[in-house]
Design a protein around this ligand. Structure first.
Ligand code: SAM
Length: 270
């Protein structure tokens, strides 16, 4: 299976992933999905580890969480900052066998399917093997990822579309990962499937420091490194960035991205 070629391994992306994570939202999403005290949890593609820690908190008392990620830098960071009696981390490729980790009551995978346009179905099927029969699978991903804008120019809209198309064709990126998740869960034969849609990005009015930082990082990390040539701008990326910054600083712009969360129970006879 192909790896994600443009996936940013940088320290900046590690910091962004950690800083943007709202622990309370993770706990709320996981509890909505059925995570309860005492459960053993697997966090697939845990990144810097903050979500694994939040999941363990949601499973307290008595619960434990294991975070897995391919990036040794992220796992080293996670071990240093978040490991505890109830939280552990392992550096591994989630496409490989996960059998040695044992079975879990609750398997959580958020913001991962979007990076695997071609393989997400196989990946979801694979991680489902780690759920105890009767256990819960919870998948969460963005839909129409970073594509819902208002108050910008036609050129900017065209460029957003081109970046996205380029990422789909060349970087295995899936901007529609969220909407595919309920179908994936049905394909697996999961029971008691429930779906929720919550707002992940919601930017209106004066730009907050958090959104300024997060979106400037996104532009640097995702748009610039996407490989797209920004051909509609005389000076390429610099011109796009200038126009984007002007649009984004305007309190009249409006941006949103929905997060689709799906949970289902692995059938007892699976
Ligand atoms: C966007 S982050 C998601 C972080 C976290 N799940 C969250 O909700 O914030 C995706 C993570 O998947 C990891 N990843 C990508 N391919 C992987 C693979 N084949 N095996 C294990 N982890 C992988 C990346 O290293 C990255 O940390």
């Amino acid at each position: 299976m192909s790896d994600q070629p443009y996936f940013p391994e940088s320290k900046d992306e590690l910091t962004r992933l950690e800083f943007k994570t709202d622990r309370a939202s993770v706990i709320d999403q996981a509890r909505w999905a059925g995570l309860s005290p005492g459960m053993r949890v697997l966090d697939v593609g845990c990144g810097p580890g903050i979500t694994t820690c939040a999941l363990a908190e949601a499973a307290a008392p008595g619960g434990r969480a294991v975070g897995i990620d391919r990036s040794d830098v992220r796992i080293a960071h996670a071990k240093g900052k978040y490991a505890s009696e109830s939280v552990e981390f392992s550096c591994r490729n989630f496409f490989d066998s996960l059998e040695d980790l044992g079975q879990f009551d609750f398997v959580w995978m958020r913001f991962v399917a979007e990076y695997f346009l071609k393989e997400s179905g196989l990946l979801i099927k694979h991680v489902t093997q780690s759920i105890k029969p009767g256990g819960i699978l919870c998948l969460a991903d963005l839909d129409h990822n970073c594509m819902n804008h208002h108050g910008h120019s036609e050129r900017l809209e065209k460029t957003f579309r081109k970046i996205t198309e380029y990422q789909m064709t060349n970087n295995n990126f899936d901007p529609y990962a969220g909407r595919r998740l309920p179908t994936r869960m049905h394909e697996l034969g999961c029971e008691d499937i429930r779906v929720d849609v919550r707002m992940h990005h919601l930017v209106y009015g004066e730009l907050s420091e958090f959104n300024r930082w997060n979106w400037w990082q996104k532009i640097e990390l995702a748009a610039k490194r996407s490989g797209w040539t920004f051909e509609d701008y005389e000076d390429g990326f610099a011109g796009f960035e200038r126009e984007f910054v002007e649009y984004f600083n305007n309190p009249q712009r409006f941006v949103y991205t929905p997060l689709v969360i799906v949970r289902g129970v692995r059938p007892a006879n699976a």
